[in-house]
Write a new protein. Structure first.
Lengths: 167, 112
């Protein structure tokens, strides 16, 4: 389902990065160890197996998963698969009548591909989540946001993994 | 050696303006074992990880995270909070063996 209808992605990415840089000064734990992954190509990553297909169906509730409104910052190359930084941000509103209900993190070739889910409410004010994850091998990572209005947005990053972090 | 399992810290800005969207940083000490590794004697190390994190603000649930052992050892997470009142921000981490760990931080507004 490639659908490259996303004119403002680069400008949004740039403003998100500026915001992230500002945040680092006010106490982000990730700081300078974060490197920027290149924006993914126009094609959505292929769904590699039935397990990932099942997870995507579950997350989207059958709605189309469209690229946009979300950024996924990860290193292009993760030297240590045990500690791979992730930053997910979005320009989607977080108001009482329109908000991001959940952000999912899917790592295609990990033993537990649906790695994390973040259930959110408007009280958090914005979508800006960071953490550190384990990666078994080079693969696509998917950040997927489901909104209260039933839309599903995604961002993708391909991360090259040198040292297996999953055993 | 490692700090005690479940030792947690939450960091929020000291000076907050009412209505400001602030960044919350949290870390908890936990091995996050996947169950796929063996120890030095070849014995399997059982899966042992945080699987649920609940965030409340003034007693009201504002976020809930569901994790697997794919989150790195000593999990960190940062997220934002719309600081619209002076109230404690509390987090409860629960692991797959029933361990429950709590920490909180007070959101206070800077006096004008």
């Amino acid at each position: 389902m490639p659908r490259p209808d996303e004119p403002s992605r680069r400008s949004f990415l740039r403003s998100a990065l500026l915001a992230a840089a500002g945040m680092a000064g006010s106490g982000s734990l990730l700081g300078a160890e974060r490197l920027l992954a290149a924006p993914a190509g126009p094609e959505d990553p292929e769904v590699p197996n039935e397990e990932v297909a099942r997870i995507l169906r579950e997350i989207s509730g059958g709605k189309p998963i469209r690229r946009g409104h979300l950024t996924l910052d990860m290193p292009l190359v993760a030297e240590d698969g045990r500690i791979v930084p992730v930053i997910i941000e979005s320009d989607l509103p977080m108001t009482a009548d329109q908000y991001v209900k959940a952000v999912h993190l899917v790592v295609d070739h990990n033993p537990d591909a649906h790695l994390a889910a973040f259930q959110l409410t408007p009280a958090i004010g914005s979508v800006s989540i960071s953490t550190r994850i384990k990666m078994k091998r080079t693969t696509w990572v998917r950040a997927i946001a489901a909104t209260s209005t039933g839309d599903v947005w995604a961002a993708y990053a391909r991360v090259q993994v040198t040292l297996n972090g999953c055993g | 050696m490692n700090p005690t399992i479940g030792e947690a810290r939450i960091r929020v800005p000291e000076r907050v303006t009412r209505g400001e969207v602030i960044v919350v940083n949290a870390i908890i000490s936990h091995p996050m074992n996947t169950g796929f590794f063996r120890d030095a004697d070849g014995q399997p190390i059982p899966a042992y990880f945080i699987r649920d994190v609940v965030v409340t603000y003034g007693g009201q649930e504002i976020a809930r995270f569901t994790w697997t052992s794919g989150v790195s050892r000593d999990p960190i997470v940062s997220f934002t909070l719309k600081a619209d009142r002076e109230a404690p921000l509390a987090m409860v981490w629960t692991d797959n063996k029933g361990g429950v760990y709590k920490q909180s931080a007070d959101i206070r507004f800077a006096s004008a």
